[in-house]
Each structure stands twice: as structure tokens, then as C-alpha cells.
Design a protein around this ligand. Sequence first.
Ligand code: GBH
Length: 441
Amino acid sequence: DARGATNPVPQFPDGFLWGVSTSAHQIEGAADKREPSVWDAFTEEPGRIKDGSTAAVACDHYHRYPEDVALLHDLGVGAYRFSISWPRVLSPGGLDFYDRLVDELVAAGIRPVPTLFHWDLPLAVDKEGGWLNRDTAERFAEYAAVVAERLGDRITKWITLNEPAEHTLLGHALGTHAPGKQLMFDALPAAHHQLLAHGLAVRALRAAGVTDIGIANSHGPTWPASDEAADVEAAGFYDLLLNRLFADPVLLGQYPEGLGELMPGDVDADLKVIAEPLDWYGINYYAPTRVGAPQGADIQFGGFTLPAELPFSVREIEGYPVTDFGWPVAPEGLTELLTSFRDRYGDRLPPIVITENGCSYEGIDDQERIAFLDGHLRALHRALEAGVDVRGYFVWSLLDNFEWAEGYARRFGLVHVDFDTLERTPKASYGWLRDVLRTQP
Ligand code: GBH
């Protein structure tokens, strides 16, 4: 019980935004009521999803959203981050679902925070080249405007993209996620076009009267394997690809040295669009990464295989507990990440919101998840004490859900879902977070 604990979670400032996150493809189901996405096609390919499952039903949130909004309400969060499925919006009446969801949230006193793209590109858009085609950026901005016209009267906080870094790396470079492209460094145009889509969408949303806009980027500190120059250099390169490639253009209007030349099109003109000022900057934080010089052998990393020819190698982080996924639990990485962002970007950095943080563990009496969240909230608070302007924190995730290539084998929820009966059961961590939120202003 957080209230009775001798060492309670510290107090966060007035107005700090507490929330939980989900995404459309991972929870909605009702695949028959939307156009197909790249994930539907990818899932049909044999061997792509580890447990052979599909997201056709997932948590059936499409039909059970009132129950899920009630869970949010009882949890006591001020905000709910979900994503809007572009392929659903393309199908007749598809926006009606989000209309109902938003009304239900507003009636429950919960602020809706939609993400416009969380990896489920319409298959028809992919057939035209997907994120390798510059036109996709324009089409995304048009879609953003359609959503804003319909829901903008009730939604006051918006997110353009979720983790273009992971969508580029896993979906376009390594091919372990949809759309399954294995382009290695030739995947960089997919990064540029997503970033351009972000900037064009910011403009389209502003033109539709939207005011409070951010992006949800995946970031984590890179820890060199040793002080040796080769390891430090390799770690710096990894940091460039996973952190700076996505933060520098958005915050500084430039690509890190050497990367701009690899991008397609008139990059200088595009960077002006990409750097369209944001009201806040979202960070999804999971874990630091230990990186050293290349070792000449394939690397097993977070459930994925990284090929040997990369100019770095990802190493195991020793001396930390790991989640069921094998990811290290290192809350101090969150403090370090936030202070390093403040130092790196200075007054170009708008207020930060942690748009995802969480872990996969089995079981309903999930004491490990409580320890994980407790540790990360303390780490976050240390960043605030160090002067970093953080305005909110969202747990990934409300519900156990379709964890992409892992299928239903990894459970990130505060609420357990029985994927046979679809019954929801709040875990110990749900009760713990509810008690924490009661102690916050
Ligand atoms: C997010 O991606 C997604 O936005 C969300 O849809 C997903 O369900 C959720 O996280 C959980 O996966 O160095 O071995 O510790 C997170 C992408 C990639 C970030 C792997 C953490 C750590 C691997 N993650 N990475 S390791």
C-alpha cells in the first residue's frame, strides 16, 4: 500500500499528467471492421509471430471499450494514451468508434491522448511503397487532418507518431516487425519519410486548430562496454542511430553529422518541416543498451538477431535483474536519459512527457512490476529534482495485449487479460498504482 509505506513514492508537481498507454492494433480486434494493415499481412506469413497468434480479436477492446474506460476511471488516471488505426479510419464509419471512445473517456473525466500512427500502416499504402515512398508523408498529413476535424472538439492533446526508430529498425532494417523489410542501412529513407510525415501532420493539425502536440520517440541511454576508444566510438554510433537520428531533426532541425547525406530528397527544406515547434516531447523509455565494438558474430538482442556486419555490437547488461523479455531493469537509466537530453538540447527541448514505461512479467500478483514502476517513478522524480521539465508519465500498458512478433506471450498489462474468455483481472500493480495516484496532487 503506497499510502502506508514507510518510503512512499515522492510527490510530483501539481498538474503532473498521469496516464496509461495502449495501441490500436495491439488491443482493438474487430479486424473485420477496418481495412487491412501491414501487420495483418505480416502476421499471415508463417513463422513471423512466435506463438502463431493474430490480432484479429486481441483484447476485443473495440467491443469492450466501456469496460476498459471503467478500469481507467477506477485506476484514477488523468489521461489515456491510445492510438487511432489509420486502416480503420479508411473504412466506412471507422471514425465512429473513436467518436464513441472519446465520448466515453470525456464522460469519465479522462483526457484522451491519441497517437495517429502506431505501426499499423494501411496495406494499400504499403503497396504504394509505404514509408519508402515520400507520398506516404503527405497522405499521413491528410489523414491527420480528417481525424482532427472529427475529434478535435474533444481532444486537447495529440501525438503524431509512435517510435519511428523502432519502426525503421525492426520493420524496415531487420524485418522482424511488419512490413518485414530487411534493408539494413537502406532503411534510412523510411526514417526520413516518417519524420517528414510527423512535421507535415503537425502543420495539418495546427491548421485544424489543434494546440497541444507531441511525438512519442523511443530513447534510452547507450552504455559503452568499456572505456576503450573502440567501444566508446561504437556506443556513440548506436546513440546516433537510435536517439539522435530521431531527436536532432525534430528538436534542432538537423541530422547528426553524416546521416543527412544518406537521406532522400531536399533534406534542408524537409528539415524545416520536421522541426515544426512542438508543445511537448514524448519519450518511451524501457532500458539502457550496452554497446561495444563489433564482434564479428550475430548478436541476440531483446528477442532479435542483429547481423554481424554492423559497426557496433550489443552486449548483455550484467548485474541487473531482467524482465520476462530479458530486458534489464535499470531505473537510473531514465534519470540519466532525461538529464542528458536536457544537457544536449537545452532550451530547444520542450517539456517532456514519458509516453511509455513498463515491463513484461507473468502473473496477477506481479510484485516485480510494482518494483519496476516504483523504481522508475523514483528515477523520474530525481530527474525533476535535477531540473528537467517533465510534465507527465504513462505506463505501458493498461492491458496485456498483442505484443507484436511475440504474440500474446509477453504480458505488459496492469490488467490481466485471459485471451480465451477476454476476461479482465486487475493485477496487484493496478491496485498499487491506484493507491499511488491517490497520494498525488
Ligand atoms: C514499445 O516499443 C512499443 O511502442 C509498444 O507497442 C510495445 O508493446 C512496447 O514497447 C513493449 O515492447 O536492450 O534487450 O533491453 C518498445 C521498443 C525495443 C524498447 C527493445 C526496448 C530494449 C531491448 N523496445 N528495447 S534490450
